[in-house]
Design a protein around this ligand. Sequence first.
Ligand code: SAM
Length: 213
Amino acid sequence: MGRRALRRIDPALDLTPWLLAEDALPMPVTAESLVGWAAPLEVEVGSGKGLFLAHATQAVPEHVFVGLEIAGRYARHAAAGLAAISSRNGRVVHGDGVRIFRERLAHASIEAVHVYFPDPWWKQRHRKRRVMQADFVRDVQRVLRPGGVLHFWTDVEEYFQATIALIGHHTQLRGPIPEPERASEHDMDYRTHFERRMRQHAVPVFRCRFERP
Ligand SMILES: C[S@@+](CC[C@H](N)C(=O)[O-])C[C@H]1O[C@@H](n2cnc3c(N)ncnc32)[C@H](O)[C@@H]1O
């Protein structure tokens, strides 16, 4: 399954304030420090082209959403999507989401964490590059407020099962709680670009969430 080329973004387009660099992030990261007003903060790790951010920011305008994306061209693409709708509650950070969780997010400060279709790193010797590692899931537990939620979706059943086991072993998060597939009445009824791609190719998707007690 090939990846579609990214739409070209005009290099002169000013993505301020939607695109931030990791080392320019406020410490700790809060909704107020990102957008100037207090609100529940939701974080997506690995935003890719930014479909989730574009939809979620409009569907839940009273929350602030920040996408963490390690690849500069995807971060710019996702930020351009927010710029196009003049989003007041969405931001993209170009940086390493795992490090940002470890170094920049405060205890019990986050409403929800979203991890959709993280890179599977198929080869055994590359598995240590996966986002879902013991230290990261411990950080997810640490930063979620009580009652906060981790959403985790993937098309890779082995990654799904391994992550459920990892979370069970290293955290007290409650789950997995299955998340249903949403009916897709039109082309944009998908949570992310990868969900759209998988479902259009009839690839099964594994979805669950965990809650912090
Ligand atoms: C397979 S894509 C999925 C993108 C999107 N979540 C979706 O479902 O369409 C995985 C994305 O995670 C990003 N990524 C990988 N490791 C990351 C990390 N440590 N921090 C932030 N982003 C990361 C990749 O650059 C890529 O854009």
